[in-house]
Design a protein around this ligand. Structure first.
Ligand SMILES: [Zn+2]
Ligand SMILES: [Zn+2]
Length: 260
């Protein structure tokens, strides 16, 4: 997520989500659950690294792709460009996310995000910097090549990033029939469920239905996490160091395939 990296950004997110998680928690737990320090480190360090690499990657994309713009969307009104941009970001994001689950070396990077056993808003910040950089660079390449203005793409990715924080929140929020149109915490919590693959979309759940990867379940998953997480420290996450004790606390026969 391209969020403000300073303490203010963290406080704003905490002020938004901590009361919601206390009001209607899926899994009642203490405010400071295990691993919170690692996720706060991700907020400050990972996102600084991500933004540095993104500036380089997106700068390169714009330098190479911008002169080739076909001018397909530049003359369209903004009210049309924004939903088009969101839809395209979703489609590209879906396939990037799916690749991160299905290609082994990409999975090692994405396993950092899936190593959270306590899913909440703070866990959304646990991502390897390459995870964000590769996805965002691909999205900016496609949208720039089609002629979408940089500011519009950047604004739309910020909105999707904020929605992604909500999707991880430990909040029992249900939207009824609207859940077919817009992803909610239940949708993404099933993406993080042990031993499951699917629900790769970030905003539009019907994209998963379209490509046959939707997980349709009532209720909430019991347990989250990955079978092969990296060492549970920020440095372990950054260097993708193998953990000596996979799926801490779980007997061998209760462990799951990577990609859950
Ligand atoms: Zn994933
Ligand atoms: Zn997630």
């Amino acid at each position: 997520m391209e969020l403000v990296n300073g303490p203010l950004g963290l406080l704003v997110l905490a002020a938004l989500f901590a009361p919601l998680e206390r009001w209607r928690p899926i899994h009642p737990r203490k405010l400071l659950r295990p691993g919170w320090q690692t996720d706060v480190a991700h907020f400050f360090l990972t996102h600084t690294l991500s933004q540095l690499s993104l500036v380089v990657a997106v700068g390169l994309v714009l330098y190479v792709v911008d002169p080739l713009r076909p001018g397909l969307v530049e003359h369209q009104p903004h009210w049309l460009q924004l939903p088009e941009a969101v839809l395209l970001l979703e489609l590209v994001g879906y396939w990037c996310h799916r690749a991160f689950h299905e290609v082994p070396w990409l999975w090692r990077i994405h396993a950092v995000h899936h190593s959270s056993e306590h899913l909440d808003w703070l866990a959304a910040l646990r991502v390897h910097p390459l995870d964000q950089t590769l996805t965002r660079a691909t999205q900016f390449t496609v949208l720039s090549a089609l002629g979408f203005p940089f500011q519009l793409t950047a604004g739309a990715t910020l909105l999707l990033g904020l929605w992604a924080v909500f999707l991880h929140a430990n909040v029992r929020a249900r939207f009824g029939p609207l859940e077919r149109l817009v992803a909610t915490p239940a949708f993404h919590h099933w993406h993080h469920a042990h031993g499951r693959r699917g629900n790769y979309a970030g905003l539009l759940p019907w994209v998963d239905a379209l490509f046959g990867t939707a997980i349709v379940e009532a209720g909430w998953p019991e347990r989250h996490g990955a079978d092969d997480p990296p060492r549970p420290t920020w440095w372990g996450h950054l260097t993708l160091a193998r953990s000596n004790s996979h799926a801490v606390g779980l007997p061998q026969d209760k462990r799951f395939d990577p990609g859950g």
